[in-house]
Write a protein that binds this ligand. Structure first.
Ligand code: PLP
Length: 656
C-alpha cells in the first residue's frame, strides 16, 4: 500500500483502508465506515467512489513538478497541460479538471468528433473557453468544421493532422468557412516504447506523419500562405511508459523535429508530448509493466531539459510545453468497493464425512494386502480404488520423499477414478468417495509435513493454484476492471477492513457474469516479480459483509467497460470539497449530505461534502433504459432516489 497508495491510501491501525483525497496532511476518510454508512442509507454495493479532490491534487502536483523543472533549467517557456477526455468522460471529473486546472491554464484533449462536441458544450458553459483544446483522432470534414467553429467561438482549438490526407480536408473547410485554423502535426517518431502500448510509436504506428509527409505538409501550407497557422508539434509514444530512458530518447527526437519546423518557417508555439506518464500499480517502483521507475519530477525535468537544450542549440524561442497525461492524473481518483457473496466450499472441508469414509475402508491385518486387493478388484473397481487409496493414506510417513510420492500416488488414483467413471464402472457415490480419499490424503500429507517441519509437495503449497478458494464477488470484471481481463493489467485489490487480522485464505475472485473469463486470478506480488495466482483474504464470517476494493481504476476502465450480461452503471459516490476547489486550506466545515437517501453522518472528516448519485447497478440502468432509451448520465442524476423494484415494475408495466 505505501507504494501504490501514493499519498491517498493507507491502512489504519484498526485495519481499515483510509483515503486522503487531498493528499498527505489533508482530511482522511475511513473507506469502510463510509461504505457501511452509505449502505445503511440505502446504497447497495458495488460502490464507485469518485474522489475529485484527488484529481485536483494530481493536477497541482504535475504543475508543481513542471514549475520546479522550469525554474531549475531556467526555461523561459511555459507548461500548460491538457487532460485527454477519453481517459474518463464522466462529467463531474471533466468539470473537476477544468475547475482545479483553472489556475494552471490546464486544458483538454479530444480524440473524436463526439468528444469534441461534448467538450465544446462544456467549455461554452464554464467561461473557460480560452483554454488549450487539442483535437486529435481520425477526422472527417464535419470534425474539421467543428474545430473551426470552436475558433469562431473564441476557443483555442488546435487541430492535429494525424494523417497527411487530413490536410486537404482542413484546408477546404477553412476556405469554405473563411476561418484560419491553428494546426498541429502529429509526428510518427522512430523511438519505440517497449510496453503494452508500444505499438502507438515507431514507423508502423497507426497515427502520425513520417518525415517526408511532414515536409510535404509544411510545403503545402507554405503554398497556401498558411505557415503561420502551423503552431504545434504533437507526438504520443504510448501509455504507461515505465522507464524514464524512453522519455529522454523521445524528447530528443521530438525537440529536434520541433526546431526543424521553426527553421522551415512555421509559426511554432507548442510542443505537445502526449500521454504516457505512468502509474505505479504494483507499488514496486520498478520498470515492470505495472509500475514505473521514475518520479513525476524526473519526468518533468527530462521533458523540460530536452526542449531547453535543443532550443539553446538551435537558437530558437522555447515553446509552451503541453502534456496529455490521463492515467497519471485520474487513476487514483476512482475506487470501486464491492462485497464478497459466497465462496466455493470444497468438500475436503467436510472433515467428519471424509473421516468416516477413510475409517470405513477396512484393510485386515490377518490377510496379505495383495490378496485383499485382488478380492476387491473382483468385487468392483470402486472398492479396489478405495483400498489402494487407503494404502497410500496409511503409508504417509514423515519423510519429504515419501510425502511427494504419496501425493503423486493419490493424484494418480484420483485420475484413475475419473477414468473409471467415464468407462461406467464407477458409480457417482464411489467417485465421490475417491474424491474424499484424495482430499483426506492431502490433508494428512500437510499435517505430517507441518508436524515434522518438512517441505510440502509443490502442488500442496498454500500459494499453489489447486488450493485457492474462489470468492464470488459482487462485480463484473468486464464492467469495472476490464483491463484486468483484456490486457492482464494488475490493479491493487485489498480488503477495506479486517486488515489488522492475518488473511489466511488464498483466494481468486469470480465475478457475477456468466463468463468463465469473468475472474481475477493474477494479483500484485508485494515482493515484486511474477503476479500471484491468489490473493490472501480473510475467511468469511457468518452474517457479516466482507468488502474489498479495486484501486486506481479512474482511467479507461469506466469508458472501456462493457455491459456484458447487462450489468449496468454502478452506484456512484462523488466526494468533493465543501467550499469548491478554490477554497484552499481553510475549508468550510459542512455536514455531510447524502442526497437521494436519508441524510447520514459520514466519516470523521466533515470537511468533505458527499453527494451520491444512484445510477444504480442493473436495476436503475434498466429503469433509465426503459424511461429514456439510454443510460443515465451518472453525474447528472445526483438527486435520483434509489430505484426500487416497485418503480422498475411500474416502469416495465408502463413500457409494456
Ligand atoms: N494522448 C493520446 C493521443 C493518447 O492516445 C493517449 C492514450 O493512450 C493519451 C494522450 C493518454 O495517455 P496516458 O493515459 O498514458 O497519459
Amino acid at each position: 500500500v505505501p507504494g501504490w497508495g501514493a499519498e491517498y491510501f493507507k491502512a489504519s491501525d484498526d485495519g481499515h483502508m483510509l483515503v486522503s483525497p487531498k493528499g498527505e496532511g489533508g482530511p482522511t476518510l475511513d473507506l469502510y465506515a463510509l461504505t457501511e454508512q452509505l449502505t445503511a442509507a440505502g446504497l447497495r454495493a458495488p460502490l464507485l467512489f469518485r474522489f475529485l479532490p484527488i484529481v485536483g491534487h494530481r493536477i497541482a502536483k504535475l504543475n508543481a513538478a513542471f514549475a520546479a523543472a522550469i525554474e531549475r533549467f531556467e526555461y523561459t517557456g511555459q507548461y500548460a497541460g491538457v487532460f485527454p477526455v477519453k481517459a474518463n468522460h464522466d462529467k463531474s471529473l471533466i468539470d473537476a479538471v477544468l475547475e482545479y486546472g483553472a489556475p494552471h491554464d490546464f486544458g483538454l484533449e479530444v480524440g473524436s468528433k463526439a468528444e469534441l462536441v461534448m467538450v465544446m458544450a462544456r467549455l461554452a458553459g464554464t467561461g473557460r473557453r480560452g483554454v488549450n483544446l487539442v483535437c486529435n483522432g481520425f477526422k472527417d470534414a464535419e470534425y474539421m468544421e467543428l474545430v473551426l467553429h470552436c475558433r469562431e467561438l473564441g476557443m483555442n482549438a488546435m487541430v492535429v493532422m494525424e494523417q497527411y490526407s487530413e490536410l486537404d480536408l482542413l484546408l477546404s473547410a477553412a476556405r469554405r468557412l473563411g476561418v484560419r485554423p491553428s494546426i498541429g502535426i502529429r509526428a510518427k517518431l522512430t523511438t519505440r516504447h517497449a510496453g503494452h502500448w508500444g505499438s502507438t510509436s515507431g514507423d508502423k504506428a497507426k497515427f502520425g506523419l513520417r518525415a517526408r509527409e511532414i515536409v510535404a505538409a509544411v510545403n503545402a501550407l507554405a503554398d497556401e500562405g498558411m505557415l503561420d497557422c502551423l503552431n504545434l508539434l504533437h507526438f504520443h509514444v504510448g501509455s504507461q511508459i515505465t522507464n524514464i530512458r524512453m522519455v529522454k530518447e523521445v524528447m530528443r527526437e521530438a525537440s529536434f523535429l520541433y526546431a526543424e519546423l521553426v527553421q522551415m518557417g512555421a509559426a511554432m508555439r507548442f510542443i505537445d508530448c502526449g500521454g504516457g506518464l505512468a502509474v505505479d500499480y504494483d507499488g514496486s517502483f520498478t520498470d515492470s509493466h505495472a509500475s514505473m521507475s521514475y518520479t513525476l519530477q524526473h519526468y518533468a525535468n527530462d521533458v523540460v531539459s530536452a526542449v531547453q537544450e535543443v532550443c539553446i542549440q538551435r537558437g530558437i524561442a522555447p515553446p509552451t510545453i503541453i502534456t496529455e497525461s490521463g492515467r497519471a492524473l485520474a487513476s487514483h481518483a476512482s475506487v470501486l468497493v464491492f462485497d464478497v457473496l459466497t465462496t466455493l466450499e470444497c468438500l475436503h472441508e467436510k472433515r467428519v464425512e471424509q473421516e468416516e469414509v477413510v475409517e470405513s475402508i477396512e484393510i485386515r491385518d490377518d490377510k496379505p494386502l495383495t490378496k485383499q486387493l485382488r478380492a476387491a478388484a473382483r468385487s468392483g473397481k470402486g472398492k479396489f480404488l478405495l483400498m489402494t487409496f487407503k494404502e497410500v493414506f496409511d503409508n504417509i510417513t514423515a519423510d519429504a520423499f515419501a510425502l511427494r510420492e504419496a501425493y503423486n500416488d493419490a493424484s494418480y488414483f484420483k485420475d484413475e477414478g475419473v477414468r473409471a467413471f467415464k468407462l461406467g464402472v464407477l458409480s457417482l457415490e464411489e467417485r465421490a468417495q475417491v474424491d474424499m480419499m484424495f482430499d483426506a490424503a492431502c490433508e494428512r500429507i500437510r499435517e505430517v509435513a507441518r508436524e515434522a517441519d518438512l517441505p510440502l509437495p509443490d502442488a500442496l503449497r498454500p500459494d499453489a493454484v489447486p488450493h485457492t478458494k474462489m470468492y464470488h464477488v459482487n462485480l463484473s470484471v468486464f464492467r469495472s476492471a476490464v483491463d484486468s481481463w483484456a490486457i492482464q493489467q494488475l490493479f491493487p485489490i485489498v480488503p477495506i477492513h479486517r486488515l489488522e487480522e492475518e488473511p489466511t485464505v488464498p483466494a481468486t475472485l469470480a465475478d457475477l457474469t456468466c463468463d468463465s473469463d469473468g475472474k481475477v486470478d493474477r494479483f500484485i506480488n508485494p515482493r515484486g516479480g511474477d503476479p500471484l495466482p491468489a490473493l490472501p483474504l480473510h475467511p468469511l464470517r457468518l452474517g457479516e459483509k466482507y468488502y474489498l476494493a479495486v484501486f486506481l481504476t479512474g482511467v479507461y476502465q469506466e469508458v472501456m467497460g462493457s455491459i456484458h450480461n447487462m450489468f449496468g452503471s454502478l452506484n456512484t459516490v462523488v466526494v468533493r470539497e465543501a467550499g469548491g476547489s478554490q477554497a484552499g486550506a481553510g475549508l468550510s466545515v459542512e455536514p455531510a449530505v447524502v442526497q437521494g437517501c436519508a441524510p447520514a453522518p459520514v466519516g470523521e472528516a466533515p470537511q468533505l461534502h458527499l453527494m451520491t448519485d444512484d445510477a444504480s447497478s442493473a436495476s436503475s440502468a434498466s429503469l433509465a433504459a426503459l424511461e429514456g432509451g439510454m443510460e443515465a448520465d451518472s453525474a447528472d442524476t445526483a438527486s435520483h432516489a434509489p430505484a426500487s423494484s416497485a418503480a422498475i415494475a411500474a416502469a416495465a408495466a408502463a413500457a409494456a
